[in-house]
Design a protein around this ligand. Sequence first.
Ligand code: TXA
Ligand code: MG
Length: 340
Amino acid sequence: MFTQRLILTGDERHDEPLIQQAAAIIRAGGLVAFPTETVYGLGADALNPEAARRIFLAKGRPAWDPLIVHVAEPADIHRYTRDHSTLIEKLIRTFMPGPLTLVLPKREVISDVVTAGRETVAVRIPRHPVVHALIRSSGVPIAAPSANKFGRPSPTTADHVLQDLHGAVEAVLDAGATPMGVESTILDMTTQPPTLLRPGGVSREAIEAIIGRVRMLDETFLEGVPLPAPGLSARHYAPNAKVLLCDPQPEAFYDVLVHTLSCYAFVGAMRPNGWQLPDSKRLRVFEWGAWGDWQTLAQRLFRGLRALESMGVHAIVCPLPPEEGLALAIRDRLQRAAHD
Ligand code: TXA
Ligand code: MG
């Protein structure tokens, strides 16, 4: 199969025919990759089990790992899920459209393939105008994971999508780099209190300001309850290089780089602005952004990991952000990328 790249200009009049073309592919049971405000997604008709099955094949994703269903508006959330408390309505009003995914009891119409046989479904209303137009134009909810091969860093550009999935999808809608760069926050609303399954674009602090305390997934682990999000496995988002995390101080970064250069032939550095580097011809550098500017660091995280990987490094050294706000999402992705 040849994957078409449909390049959008941001001008609605010119883009409309391309969106229509992509929507026709979705309606016919095909696969289309598209930008969201977080990362690129790999979409299919969520009401068509055969189409959804193709997502798993294209990604090399295990069938037990459920997909997020993307819808255009709150009424669609009611159409595909049930048991809405006032807390849920508050979350929808405050954060949607946006990078928040809610896990809710599902209704029949959503295929078991999408939910991996679960009684719950993950839903979100993305904010990016392209995916919004695509959902409206196709007239169906769109099931979509991130558009990378299973276990790889998520794609934040159409080039990343094509690196992983060329020939495996009918088309990719190319609207440039995604603005946030890390995936949505996933909140399981079927537990009491709600459980934050994956930190992401909406911070824990912002959610707690609206609905009160949420439980972190690791607290669930401590209580010995089985893993509620099967896809949130320890190793994920990994480039083809060993990821080594260090304390977020310039001196620690420098020392770990020196040590890593003594162990590996080619070493990559995710470098915060101005942090000192050892002098070595075997060092490859990605200029990441200003330390503390989490929005920029999140936006450029996966791009940096993929860029260093493509330079052929064997190990990547990266400082680890703190456990707060958007930094927590970056930290989570890096810890999974670094996991053996
Ligand atoms: O920002 C995002 O969320 C992106 C864009 C494309 O929307 N999507 C994304 O999808 O990151 P994916 O499939 O890469 O990650 C979704 C995670 C998976 O780890 C999956 O296990 C979990 O959501 N998930 C999906 N349905 C679930 C459910 N019913 N219960 C618990 N976890 C679920
Ligand atoms: Mg993913």
